[in-house]
Structure formats: structure tokens, C-alpha cells
Design a protein around this ligand. Sequence first.
Ligand SMILES: *Cc1c(COP(=O)(O)O)cnc(C)c1O
Length: 363
Amino acid sequence: MTKIRDCIMSIKPYTPGKPIEEVEREYGLAEVIKMASNESPLGPSPKAIEALREAAAKVHIYPDGRCYYLKQELEKYLDIEEKNIIVGNGSDEIIKLLAETYLNPGDEVIMANPSFSEYAFAAQLMGAKIVEVPVNEDYTHDLAAMAKAVTEKTKIVFICNPNNPTGTLVTKEEVGRFLKTVPDEVIVVLDEAYAEYVEDQNYPDSIEYVKNEENVVVLRTFSKIYGLAGLRAGYGIAREDIINLLNRVREPFNVNSMAQCAAIAGLKDKEHLEASFSLNSEGKRFLYDRFKEMGLSYVPTEANFIFVDLAADCREVFTAMLKKGVIVRTGDIFGYPTFIRVTIGTVDQNERFIATLKEVLDK
Ligand SMILES: *Cc1c(COP(=O)(O)O)cnc(C)c1O
């Protein structure tokens, strides 16, 4: 056997949400719904689908390695210059690029617990140490404790805003204070995968931090509200010097041509964005009301999923719901064995989810 790098065995393999086809196959079901991976229930913009049809005929040509046209569109949309943008094969790739660019073995990375597992994965891949700071009682990031956790070895702090899996956010004021406390050498990553769903007016306008030359990297994605998770496109916004460094590490053709075309079309379709936002907002209120009727406590969300306490073993509920064709995410993987995380769906999906949950909990 060939000896592997020391850090490899510390990596905990990612547990993805169960694919629909797999559940249909295993349980002999027909109409399975997946409310497990925070995908958009409305799907992509029809304009993105149209763009994909056209792009399909040209897949024999390598993609534009600079993502020129997509960055042009983002420039307008974000009101920031192209030199401050990097596009990735999902924002997951940018998390990995950050780790590959900055982390040496023994360096420290700070994140909340529970939060998005990709941060730990990327850190461990580079042999860095992951320092997890428990969230507050209201499931928000404990930024004061995270600031205190910074040492001379700290390179990156990940703030997931809104946080996956809790749906909570940190405010403009809190982030501003945090940035003042943390030493300039530390990179603060604001992962805003769910930014477009946020309703709270106190959400930071983090592009401003980049414009003010802060040591900040903002992450966004086309996988969530834009409904393009299967294509893999996300982007980072940062100071030019940071973008240049990440570009050294990036593969030359990291974002495929179909993803670039669909992302451009998706960005232009404001109507679809608004429809996706409204559907989520209404679905959120519907689910809150049902949870209240059922006496279940939930964490109010600023994203497209809800972290809800079932006061029951989440794995048992998960399996029972799976047999009835509803896939959700269990809380045990985040350290909350009585919770599930459910993605807000269409009206029909939300109703079916509640009916199924009631059946299962009544047993
Ligand atoms: C879904 C998600 C992402 C996006 O991942 P992609 O690689 O862009 O699909 C990033 N961060 C968080 C917190 C997420 O939940």
C-alpha cells in the first residue's frame, strides 16, 4: 500500500442528501419528493433552460476560462468590478481554493458549530486545524467567542450567513464589529449562499466590505435561488490581490460552458427570482403555522430551509418519512439528534411534508 498524506484520514466523508431516484428504487415508490438539499422547488428560469439548449450544440469547444460574459453580468448585478470576482465550479470550489491558497499544515480555521461542513473538509484536506465555536442559544453565530478564538495561527474565519443548517443570520452591526476586532491578517469569509432569500433588513451589504478593502471574501452561488445546483456555478467577491491569488490555484477551465450560459440567463431573469423568493416566503409562513399547531419548536429562518425540533429521534422519523417518499435531512449529522432540516418546497410539497410528518409523529 502506498502511504497517504497524514491529513487524509482526518477527513469525514460528506453525507449528501439522498437522491430521489435512489429512494424510488430502494422503496419501490413513484412520486418521491426531496426536501433535503435546499434546492429550488421552482427549478431554473425558463430562460436558463433555453440558454442551455443553445449551449448544448457547442460543448465540443472548451469553456471560457475567464468566465468573461458571466463576470460582465455579475459586474452590473453586484455593482463591483470584474477584477473583484472569481467564478467557481460551485462556491464549494472557492472554499477549497481558499484553503489551497492560504492553509499550511497546523494553521487554524475557525467556524461555527453547527455550520456548513465544507469548511472543515477544505481545512482538513490541507492539514489545517478546524476550531469550532458553538452557536448561541438562539442558534446564531457567537461572533464574540469566534473573535476570542483567533490565535496567531488563525488564517481564515468562516461565517455562514444565513447559517446552514440553522437559517439564522448575523447583522450588519455584528459583522462590522467583528471585522474591527479581528486582526487584518485573518481572512473573513462571508458565505452568503442564501443571501437572495433574506428578509431581515439588518443583513449586511457585504460588497461594501470588499469595496472598503477589507480582508473579506464573499461567497454566493447559482445553486440555491437560481435553481442551477446540477450545473455547479458559484462565485467569490474579494479584493483584487486575493482574487489574483485564487486564480493561480484555480484550474483553467473550472466552470463548464453550460453552467456559464445558464447563469447569465438566470441572472437576467428578475421575474423568476422574485417568484422563487415569494414562493419561499409564503412557504415559510405556512410551515411556521403548521409547526405551531403541532407544538413543534423551530428556528426562524432567513433562508430556504427550516431547522425544526421534533422532540423525537430524527433518524427514526427520517426513515419513516423516506418510506412514504419524503426526503429530509436529519439533525444528528449537525449534533442535534431530535431535529430535522427541511427545505421549503412548493405549496404541494409543503402540504405533503406536513401530512407525512403528522402521520409519522402520531405513530
Ligand atoms: C449550498 C451551499 C453552498 C453552495 O454550494 P455550491 O457549491 O455553490 O453548490 C455554499 N455554502 C453553503 C452554506 C451552502 O448551504
